[in-house]
Design a protein around this ligand. Structure first.
Ligand SMILES: N[C@@H](CCC(=O)N[C@@H](CS)C(=O)NCC(=O)O)C(=O)O
Length: 215
């Protein structure tokens, strides 16, 4: 097999999505640490002109954008499929991922978790108003996801799909903030999903704040 390299930042939620997918598909790979918030090398910018993480290389093939990467990995490698059968289920999975990218990442991770958890963890200054605005914007997302689960459509805890892999790293960041944890507890179906996911070895093995996390 051609070697697989994942260029990513250990604290990046998007990098962790790809890690989860690689582990679920049992793809042997090496990780290369890149901090996208530091100055990036010309070599890295040649891989990712927008200066984000992650990037996946597979032999000579180079790919950035998490959704392209996870679908590529799912289609390329054997192991359990991470995309459901059927147009409606597939569309729901795509919709969940699109909602997370467009409406969840910024408020849940970059506002609530960053300002209530990550910046204090790094000893950096944080702003209360970012937490409040983020919480307000997160509610619609939590409500949408809770409805999807109640309807038994996806995020059921049975067959893991790319939607579970996309949401779990974001939710992990969100609940590290006390405010996020309290907000999630108001959505029972989503809380049950998270209780199930967060207990999985896979999540623990990729926890960036745990000493045993894969590097
Ligand atoms: N659309 C990109 C988003 C990736 C992304 O935003 N990654 C964050 C880390 S979780 C990053 O590189 N941030 C650097 C920055 O905002 O400058 C993807 O899906 O891969």
């Amino acid at each position: 097999m051609e070697p697989v390299y994942l260029h990513g930042y250990r604290y990046s939620a998007y990098t962790r999505i790809v890690r989860l997918v690689l582990l679920l598909k049992q793809v042997e790979h090496q990780t290369i640490e890149v901090n996208p918030f530091a100055e990036l090398s010309e070599a890295y910018l040649a891989l990712h002109p927008f200066g984000r993480v992650p990037v996946l290389t597979h032999g000579a093939f180079k790919l950035f954008e998490t959704n392209a990467i996870t679908r590529y990995v799912d289609r390329t490698f054997t192991g359990r499929p991470l995309q459901p059968q059927g147009a409606a289920a597939l569309a729901r999975m795509d919709q969940i991922i699109a909602v997370i990218d467009a409406y969840a990442y910024w408020p849940m991770v970059r506002q609530v978790s960053s300002h209530a958890f990550f910046r204090p963890f790094l000893g950096e200054h944080s702003r209360r108003e970012e937490i409040e605005t983020g919480l307000e914007a997160s509610r619609k997302v939590l409500s949408f996801l809770d409805d999807v689960i109640r309807r038994g459509e996806l995020l059921t805890g049975r067959d893991i799909t790319l939607a579970d892999c996309h949401l779990a790293p974001m939710m992990d960041y969100f609940v590290r903030a006390e405010e996020g944890k309290a907000a999630l507890s108001r959505y029972q179906a989503l809380q049950r999903w998270w209780d199930h996911m967060s207990g999985m070895d896979l999540l623990q093995a990729t926890d960036p704040f745990a000493t045993q996390a894969l590097r």
